[in-house]
Ligand binder design. Structure first.
Ligand SMILES: [Cu+2]
Length: 144
């Protein structure tokens, strides 16, 4: 058998395997981080929810001169009170369930994090000092 027909066979087998698997609900969420010190800060998602499965967050820091980050928190209930570290102007992540994060994104930089997410309510936030309080949070839902 020639190399090329062998390659064709292998490719055919690979396609067969790929199409015979159940559809996996892989999703991508684009996250935009904005705002500089002293200004309003924000976190915008391109969709409010995705189906359960592997979710990749592609995070872009659109600030001019401020680092940001994005932490994925799994909530028990959407109305959970978010614990703060007293006097630190930061969320107390140790008291929450983190599913992963993109840390220390400099202005203009992008990063991504993937996680297998089960159905429920999530909170995305930036936990640099004062940023959560300045508005860097976004609620997010994973559906069945
Ligand atoms: Cu921030």
């Amino acid at each position: 058998m020639s190399t090329s027909s062998m390659r064709g066979l292998l490719l055919g087998a690979a396609i067969f395997v790929a199409t015979s698997l159940p559809a996996l609900a892989d999703s991508t969420v684009n996250v935009d981080l904005t705002g500089d010190a002293g200004d309003k800060m924000g976190m915008t998602l391109d969709k409010p929810s995705v189906p359960a499965g592997k979710v990749t967050f592609v995070v872009k820091n659109d600030a001019i001169a401020t680092d940001h980050e994005m932490v994925v928190i799994k909530l028990k209930h959407k109305n959970d009170k978010i614990p703060m570290m007293s006097g630190k102007h930061r969320v107390d992540e140790d008291k929450l369930t983190s599913m992963g994060e993109v840390e220390d994104l400099q202005p203009g930089k992008s990063g991504e994090v993937s996680a297998d997410l089960t159905p429920g309510d999530y909170l995305l936030l930036c936990n640099l000092k004062g940023h959560y309080e300045a508005g860097m949070l976004s609620y997010f839902t994973v559906t069945k």
